[in-house]
Design a protein around this ligand. Structure first.
Ligand SMILES: [Zn+2]
Length: 83
């Protein structure tokens, strides 16, 4: 059984300067992974679902998912329709 999907609308990433050390979820209509990679290389901030803005790290580590991001992402997936 494999329930993996090739494309994901969001990607978890972490803020190295954040004391809480949560893995926030970034949402993008296009390729979220490409967006985060570009942001980490060029050094511009991205915005997480919970509203947090920061420059993502190039080496995201395994942290617990931000509860706010997780809740919002779950709601977005539940819709599944066009805006
Ligand atoms: Zn968050």
């Amino acid at each position: 059984m494999s329930t993996r999907t090739d494309e994901r609308p969001d990607l978890r990433t972490t803020d190295p300067s954040d004391q809480e050390r949560f893995a926030h979820i970034v949402y993008s209509k296009g390729n979220a992974q490409a967006l985060i990679t570009e942001a980490s290389v060029l050094g511009f901030p991205v915005e997480a679902l919970c509203g947090k803005r920061w420059v993502p790290s190039r080496d995201p580590k395994r942290f617990p998912v931000c509860p706010e991001c997780k809740e919002i992402a779950d709601a977005l997936r539940g819709r599944g329709g066009a805006g």
